[in-house]
Write a new protein. Structure first.
Length: 170
């Protein structure tokens, strides 16, 4: 497995992975999947903000992806990011999620990020919570019944990981 920066050519595979979760789960609260062009725009937007968007390549095929995005829209949040990681269904259980999240955390630290937030839908699948706990995230709060998808209300679990050395305020 190679974890590398995403390129525009990866947009179709990233879109396909995300579309699976949009259609089959509450892992995302999106109810319609973005197309390849929207994903390509997202890759460009994230990387132009000097944040990482990475893919895990296995046998020449993208088996998962992850990225960091700005948390909140106000300048006081400039040292805080939100992490997102998605693994292709056929690549689950092979360490892809951990490799992606570890890479994102390393790049966040190099970029001077102080806090990384994960917003995880509470579902019957414990994989995302376990992944984040395994990478040093702790529970920071729970929002009850904030997402409605597939005929059901879902809570979100907020998880947080502090990075050292801590970024210094300007």
């Amino acid at each position: 497995m190679i974890v590398r920066r995403a390129e525009p050519v990866d947009a179709a595979r990233v879109a396909a992975i995300y579309a699976h979760y949009v259609a089959t789960s509450a892992a995302t609260f999106d109810e319609s999947a973005p197309g390849n062009e929207e994903i390509a725009d997202k890759i460009a937007s994230i990387t132009s903000a000097a944040l990482p968007f990475v893919v895990a390549e296995m046998h020449g095929r993208v088996g998962g992806y992850g990225y960091l995005s700005p948390y909140g829209g106000r300048s006081a949040y400039r040292y805080t990011v939100e992490s997102s990681v998605y693994v292709a269904p056929d690549a689950r259980g092979r360490g892809v999620g951990r490799a992606l999240l570890e890479r994102l955390l390393a790049e966040a630290e190099q970029a001077g990020v102080r806090e990384v937030i994960a917003i995880i839908a509470v579902t019957d699948d414990p994989a995302s919570v376990a992944l984040h706990r395994g990478c040093g995230f702790g529970e920071a709060g729970r929002l009850k019944a904030v997402g409605f998808k597939h005929g059901r209300w879902y809570d979100t679990l907020l998880m947080q990981r502090s990075l050292a050395p801590r970024a210094q305020a300007d």
